[in-house]
Design a protein around this ligand. Structure first.
Ligand SMILES: Cc1cc2nc3c(=O)[nH]c(=O)nc-3n(C[C@H](O)[C@H](O)[C@H](O)COP(=O)(O)OP(=O)(O)OC[C@H]3O[C@@H](n4cnc5c(N)ncnc54)[C@H](O)[C@@H]3O)c2cc1C
Length: 430
C-alpha cells in the first residue's frame, strides 16, 4: 500500500479531482525522464514537449504530493537575499538579471495558466510584505530604491504604517512594500492543471512510482522503480524538500536542508470581517526570519509559517501558529481553525535556488527556500534547456555541480538551533 498521501488540506478538499493514477510497469522509453511531479518536474516536462521531446515524469505518490500541493498559493518571486545585497556583493548587472528572472518566473505562471486553460484561481492581486520593525523597514526602503532607480523597475512601492494597517486590518506592522507583480493561486489545482497539460501534450506521468535508482552509461540513463524502468537520453531531478524518499536522488539530497512549513485555515468568516481584514485580498508576508504569510481563499483566512515543527506535524506547533495568527488579527480571536497541514520546503546555504548539471545527462533544480511557485515554474524549464546543451544566464542560481552542505549529518539539530535562534531574534525585534 502507498503510504505517501496528500494531507487533508483545504486544497485537497477544494481541488478539481485528479484522473485515476497510472503506475509505471515494464520498460518504457523517453527522451527525458523526470523525477518528481511538482511544479519543477511538470514544467520540465512541458518544456521538453515544446522542444519536441518525449518526457516521462515519475512520482512516488501523486501529482502535487510534495510542497506543490500544500503551499500557501502566494505567487511572488521574492528572494531571501535582497537585490541590493546582491548588487553590493556581485555587481549591479547580476542583481539586475536576478530581478529579471524573478519577473520571468511570475510571467511564466500566467502564461501556463493562459496557454493551458488552467482553472486555478490565479489573480494578480499584488503582494504586501509587512515589516515587523523599523530596522527591517529601512532595509526594505533601500531595496525599493535600488529596484526603482538602478533597475528602472516600478513594481515595488513603500507603504507607511497607516497604509499597511488599512491594507491588513492589523496594527502589528510599521510599514511595508507593495509588489504589484505578484498574486495568489490554488496550488494543487495549478499542479493538477500543469499535469493535465503534460498528458495532453503527449508526456506521461507515472504516479505511485518511487524511483529507487538511476544508472548512467554511455548510451543513456536507466531509471528504475519497483514496478519497471525508464530508459532515457536525459534526466531531470526535481525532488526539492523530498529528496530523501529513496537513495536515487542521493546526489542532490545533501545540497538542501528540508524545513517543515505549515498552514492553518479558519472556518468561513462573515463577509463583514473582510471589509477590514485584508480588504484588497492580496497575498501578504511578514518580514520575520521565521516568516509568516496570509491570504484569503473564498471566505476563509489562510495563515502559514515556520516554527517549532520537527520531522512531523505536532499539535503544539499548530497551536503556536494559530496563536500567532490571532495575535496579528485579534478581531478573529474567537474563530475556529478547521484545517491544519504542513509540508517540506528546501533551504540552501546561500538562500538561493540552485540549478545545474550533475553530469552531461542529468540536470537538477531545487532549493527554492519556501518561495517556489513561480521560480520552480521557470527553473524546471531551464533544467531541460541546460541538459539539452543550451546556455542560459541563470546568474547566482546556476551551480557548476550539486554541492553538499558541510556537516549535513548535523542538519536536524542545526535546523532546531537555527529555528530557535531566529525565533529569539524575531522576539527581540532584530
Ligand atoms: C506549507 C508550505 C507553504 C508554502 N507556501 C508557498 C507560497 O505561498 N508561495 C511559494 O512560492 N512557495 C511556497 N512554498 C514552497 C513551494 O511550494 C515549493 O518551492 C515548490 O512547490 C517546489 O516545487 P518542486 O516541484 O520543486 O518540489 P515538490 O513540489 O516538493 O515536489 C517534489 C516531488 O518529488 C517527489 N519525489 C521525491 N523523490 C522521489 C523519488 N525517488 N521517486 C519519485 N518521486 C519522488 C515527491 O513525492 C514530490 O512530489 C510553500 C511550501 C510549503 C511546504
Amino acid at each position: 500500500m502507498n503510504q505517501l498521501t496528500l494531507p487533508e488540506s483545504l486544497w485537497r478538499q477544494t481541488a478539481t479531482p485528479a484522473p485515476p493514477p497510472r503506475a509505471l510497469s515494464g520498460l518504457v522509453m523517453a527522451d527525458v525522464a523526470i523525477i518528481g511531479a511538482g511544479y519543477t518536474g511538470l514544467s520540465a516536462a512541458l518544456r521538453a514537449i515544446e522542444l519536441g521531446l518525449k518526457p516521462i515524469v515519475l512520482e512516488a505518490s501523486e501529482v502535487g504530493y510534495g510542497a506543490s500541493g500544500r503551499n500557501g498559493g502566494v505567487v511572488s518571486t521574492k528572494y531571501r537575499v535582497s537585490l541590493s545585497d546582491m548588487a553590493r556583493s556581485h555587481g549591479v548587472q547580476t542583481a539586475k538579471r536576478m530581478n529579471q528572472l524573478g519577473h520571468d518566473a511570475m510571467d511564466r505562471v500566467g502564461r501556463y495558466v493562459q496557454e493551458h486553460g488552467i482553472a486555478a484561481g490565479l489573480a494578480e492581486t499584488g503582494n504586501l510584505r509587512c515589516a515587523h520593525n523599523a530596522h527591517v523597514l529601512a532595509a526594505l526602503a533601500t531595496e525599493v530604491e535600488t529596484v526603482r532607480t538602478t533597475f528602472g523597475d516600478t513594481s515595488l512601492r513603500m507603504l507607511d504604517a497607516h497604509e499597511t494597517a488599512a491594507e491588513t486590518g492589523s496594527d502589528g506592522f510599521v510599514g511595508g512594500v507593495l509588489n504589484s507583480h505578484a498574486g495568489v493561486i490554488h496550488p494543487l489545482d495549478y499542479a493538477r492543471g500543469l499535469a493535465q497539460a503534460v498528458r495532453k501534450g503527449g508526456g506521461e506521468i507515472f504516479e505511485n512510482t518511487l524511483v529507487k535508482g538511476t544508472l548512467t552509461d554511455p548510451a543513456g540513463i536507466e531509471v528504475t522503480a519497483a514496478q519497471g524502468s525508464v530508459r532515457a537520453e536525459r534526466l531531470v531531478i526535481s525532488t526539492n524538500g523530498y529528496s530523501d524518499l529513496s537513495g536515487a536522488t542521493a546526489g542532490v539530497r545533501q545540497t538542501v536542508i528540508p524545513f517543515r512549513s505549515a498552514m492553518v485555515a479558519t472556518e468561513p468568516l462573515p463577509a463583514a470581517t473582510f471589509a477590514t481584514l485584508i480588504p484588497n485580498s492580496r497575498s501578504y508576508s511578514e518580514t520575520r526570519r521565521m516568516m509568516r504569510w496570509f491570504r484569503r481563499i473564498d471566505d476563509r483566512l489562510l495563515f502559514g509559517g515556520r516554527g517549532a515543527f520537527g520531522k512531523a506535524d505536532s499539535a503544539p506547533a499548530f497551536t503556536a501558529l494559530e496563536r500567532a495568527m490571532k495575535a496579528i488579527f485579534p478581531q478573529i480571536a474567537s474563530v475556529a481553525v478547521t484545517h491544519r497541514w504542513s509540508g517540506l520546503v528546501a533551504m540552501t546555504m546561500d538562500s538561493l535556488p540552485q540549478i545545474g548539471l550533475a553530469n552531461a545527462r542529468t540536470a537538477f533544480s531545487l532549493g527554492y527556500n519556501g518561495t517556489g511557485i513561480a521560480m520552480a515554474s521557470l527553473l524546471g524549464r531551464h533544467a531541460v534547456d541546460l541538459v539539452m546543451g543550451e546556455t542560459v544566464d541563470l546568474a547566482l542560481m546556476r551551480r557548476a555541480q550539486p554541492k553538499s552542505i558541510p556537516f549535513y549529518f548535523l542538519r536536524e539539530p542545526a535546523v532546531r538551533t537555527v529555528a530557535g535562534w531566529y525565533q529569539f531574534l524575531d522576539r527581540i525585534g532584530r
